[in-house]
Design a protein around this ligand. Sequence first.
Ligand code: ADP
Ligand code: MG
Ligand code: MG
Length: 912
Amino acid sequence: MFDKKKRVYRFGGKTAEGDGQMRELLGGKGANLAEMSKLGMPVPAGFTITTECCAEYYSLGGGYTEDLKKEVAQAMKATETIMGKKFGDPSDPLLVSCRSGARSSMPGMMDTILNIGLCSATLPGMIQKTGNPRFVYDAYRRLIMMYSDVVMEKAEGIEPADGQGIRQQLDRMMADLKEKKGYASDTDITAEELKELAEAFKVRIKEVLGVEFPDSAEGKLWGSIGGVFKSWNGKRAIAYRRIEKIPDDWGTAVNVQSMVFGNMGDTSATGVCFSRDAGNGENLFNGEYLINAQGEDVVAGIRTPQQITKLGSQRWAKRAGISEEERAAKYPSMEEAMPEIYAELNGIQEKLENHYHDMQDMEFTVQEGKLWFLQTRNGKRTGTAMVKIAMDLLHEGMIDEKTAILRCEPQKLDELLHPVFDKLALSKAKVITQGLPASPGAACGQIVFHADDAEAWHADGHKVIMVRIETSPEDLAGMSAAEGILTARGGMTSHAAVVARGMGKCCVSGAGGINVNYKNKTVEIDGVVYKEGDYLSLNGTTGQVFAGEIPTKAAELSGDFKELMDLCDKYTKMEVRTNADTPHDAEVARAFGAKGIGLTRTEHMFFDGQKIIAMREMILADSVEGREKALAKLLPYQKADFYGILKAMDGLHVNIRLLDPPLHEFVPHDEAGQQMMAKEMGVSVEDIQKRVLSLSENNPMLGHRGCRLGITFPEITAMQTRAILGAACQLKKEGFDPHPEIMVPLIGILYELKQQKEIIQRVAEEVFAEEGVRIEFEIGTMIEIPRAALTADRIATEAEYFSFGTNDLTQMTFGYSRDDIASFLPAYLEKKILKVDPFQVLDQNGVGQLIKMAVENGRKVRPNLRTGICGEHGGEPSSVKFCAKVGMNYASCSPFRVPIARLAAAQAAVEE
Ligand code: ADP
Ligand code: MG
Ligand code: MG
């Protein structure tokens, strides 16, 4: 059943079997390890087991094929030859790590095991070879901790009670030992104590998990490989894939790589670095390192790391209020402390960036004065950094314009569109403490201390700030629900910082001045105790923390962001309009580059103040005269609304939809409201109640709504036309240039449109005669009923444009009520019947076919038929791209999504 494909790819010693293009097969990490080897960079030798083997492993019920075993044995031999050591050799053992690595990086979401190969048979030889028993036992206790956690517990699907995980139990044993001995740091623990600790660990593991900690090197290698495969389906990894929309069937590769050690003394170190600033995009090499430490220590936020460059170090000291003397003495940068290695590191990072033409995020280790590269990848970045880096690379000539457009993720622009603190309020606000500017932006909310609280408060409609000592991958969902994250510990590359940046969420990390008490749910800052629910504000760009709520103000399109948008306009074939019901929304959208309004809903206008009373009077009237009397009251309100919107969009098209929702949504359902209407209209409450009752429907969304209202009550269509064109005429007389479009909603049959059109045209002539001016305007329809899409060639004979109402079209094509989908959608997603919510992401296979057909058939009849989308999907990048592909003239979305849609539309054009 399993064919003769290649399952293992070697790398190291300046050669490799794979390369950087093979991400699908080798995962991102494996592909780049191969590529770096080929570029001649110092990469510890090893091999990658392909992602295909992950699926194979699952299909074998957690087993390996003979072919795989053979290939691993051969690759291990080759690795041993390069490194000059043998795996499992009692006198000079080769140690390896087993590292996860999927096609797209999922930092910290899957597992890695270090120091594999240490066991009772190899410990003495290792000690003799290194002459450093402390180092060896430290490596051993780490192996025990990682292996028991990843392979013996997590991979076995054991779900321990909170705080009772084996890793946490072993962590506590180590902490207890330190406390008993009065040690401040892990490095104070002696070799002998570590040796005893390792033995005590094994006893505890047996007690808790009921199985012996395995002792063979080979056994642990295969155990680890399986553990990594299984971590693909770990809780954290699955949660991350949901958020990042990564398919479940990709699988992870496994990288088996020779260990190098950053914890062999003061000429050893480990670190993480970025070729540019991942937070603000500045073209500045930066990163953090720890002397005498092993890889995981930097990310885990156990010790506060030092800066790699001198400039970075000085900036860090300034923020932390540390004097230059103290900084240079206590926290020197790598540039100062290890100048030669720094120079090599700097050379390689530059070479890597030039090679990949993108900002790199790299891991390295220095073992006794020798530099090793362990990882490089295109770095995750904030939306701000994404735009700046793309435009900088363009200016530097590293990438071309089309690549710059494709480099930016539309969705991520969202961050640049979020509010920033109001400058004036900010200048008056009190900074209560300072942390690291881990992920930029402004956030303000009520504080909570646990991930599930963050989720619960968020679900109740609160804006929350999650305050933690440090975060771990278990906190992911809570972080996602929070406006911002504040941690007491951890550097710029701590879990909180990396994840927040990935999410585009404001984060201040390593705020050493805060004192978090999980039990009481309080945090003490500068002598003041803040309780759960109190307000704090964070500035992730500066690291400042403020007491209370600081108002925020809207973002604007300027600088690099504007330049990117201009570039999009150069390539795009599809315009972006906005959905706006108020002049204010229209102005906001216009500032973000909207080229008109794709949908103005008139019903929202009816809800405030006096309007709703007139509206109710109109609906509750039982005669044409009564309705006309009420409509006459509504007319001036409507006209004023349209006047404002058409003025805000002067010179651009404004598509106005005639009344759409079921009437019963407007009438009073409460006693008091009914009494008030009875008085207003001079009829009995009973009459009102009868009328309200007569309006109720079993299935209002498929009931008396849309153009059906205009068909049964033509005077509504007449009044709205009068208001729209009256406003336009007035504007024209004032010297403006209005371009209204009048849209008839919910058409299923040509004659619905035809009859509505007759009314509109008749009233238009009346208005033009009265006003003494004429206005160019168009009459179009919404395609939102499948029958309309199916008969588009007929409908286009009357419609001057089509606007696809994909909310209703999705609803009616699937037969899912948008308002009721919540009851079964989670099950559908979980059972993989649906991949995504079709109301968020346009269903290209089904609904999309109707759209494509309608566009094509409509244009057969009317070649210049304008088409656009105005549903919720108009602001969702993949849906926008689809619309561009089928040749729509525009997409229309909410004001704050306009730049996102513009970028997606430009990408569609560039990708063609
Ligand atoms: P992640 O994808 O979560 O970053 P990694 O596989 O990169 O996981 O490994 C976790 C940590 O262990 C990193 O800091 C990495 O540099 C370090 N590490 C992994 N393999 C080795 C190795 N062979 N030698 C030294 N350090 C290693
Ligand atoms: Mg890594
Ligand atoms: Mg609709």
